[in-house]
Write a protein that binds this ligand. Sequence first.
Ligand SMILES: Cc1cc2nc3c(=O)[nH]c(=O)nc-3n(C[C@H](O)[C@H](O)[C@H](O)COP(=O)(O)O)c2cc1C
Length: 338
Amino acid sequence: MRESLFTTRITELLGIRHPILCGGLGPALADAEYVAAVVNAGGMGFLVAAGFPDPEVFRDQLLRCRQLTGGQGFGVNLYISRQAGGTQRLERQVQVLIEEGVKCVETAGASPEAVLPALRDAGIKVLHKVPAVRYARSAARLGVDAVIVVGNDCGGHPGIHGISSMVQAAQATAELSVPIVIAGGIGTGRQLAATLAMGADAILMGSRMLVAKELAIHEAYKAQVVGGDGTESIVVKTGLRDHHRVLLNESAKAVAALDATGASDFEQYRPHVVGALATEAYRSGDSRLGMLDYGPAVVFADAIKPVEAIFDDIIDDARHAMTRLGQLTRPHKTNDHD
Ligand SMILES: Cc1cc2nc3c(=O)[nH]c(=O)nc-3n(C[C@H](O)[C@H](O)[C@H](O)COP(=O)(O)O)c2cc1C
């Protein structure tokens, strides 16, 4: 494992070696094995609560993760639903994660306002993930510990505004005083160095990690990701205003065709977007069907490797980027002889 290269407000807040976070990967890809590998490699990972709907299975995952990390802190990804019934499920998840001493949560979806008091009382750090700086502003006002701003390149849900990570990083750091994590299209150390240079405190990755050895995805799919160059990612479900960046497979083509007709009735989309299709694709390696979250950062996923080796590559690359910047900012030599 590489030595710590950067100390930021996020490394200090979370007590981690590198300012590298790996976002929740649903449905149940970010499980105890994967999250522990991220933590043991010096970053922060988030176990996806929604992937383990049975509270006791969720608890077992937390216990396993704690065991695999030797007691180091780790995170949970909480989906904050706007739908009826969501609140009760969320309350149960929060209760279990508090009981099991989870260190931090990555909240995504609707506002985390309802769960903040319980999490704060338990000393759990809250990092709220948003697809545009305007939502980060509201989260900061609520008193979250940090915001994660994802740009349009991200695998998963880029929001409806389509603003790039490059713009959001520069905007967020100018406008917000809370610690800032930038995500969307990131998979290299030079992007880490650039993000920190822009004033942010950490990066968060998803797509780049699809080739992590510890991730419970069929090897054939990981090999396909290694071969991808990012052009096979597409944003669909625009008709539902639930923009979703996924792998361009048969389901995505069918959904894009629905979007093109202006369809806005979920029932028309349902056969192509049910979660069971994605679960089966990850299990079998046959990626033709299902909404498979997938962003252009797969272009950086050049081999199936343990998380620690991926982090080593990123830190080495960040160091090179810093050296290059140092060379570019050396005092300027001229040919003048005066
Ligand atoms: C396969 C996959 C599954 C994901 N599942 C979730 C999820 O369940 N919950 C969530 O908040 N974000 C999810 N995300 C988004 C990531 O946590 C992260 O925000 C995003 O991948 C960052 O952009 P990147 O893909 O360009 O690195 C997923 C991303 C991928 C690639």
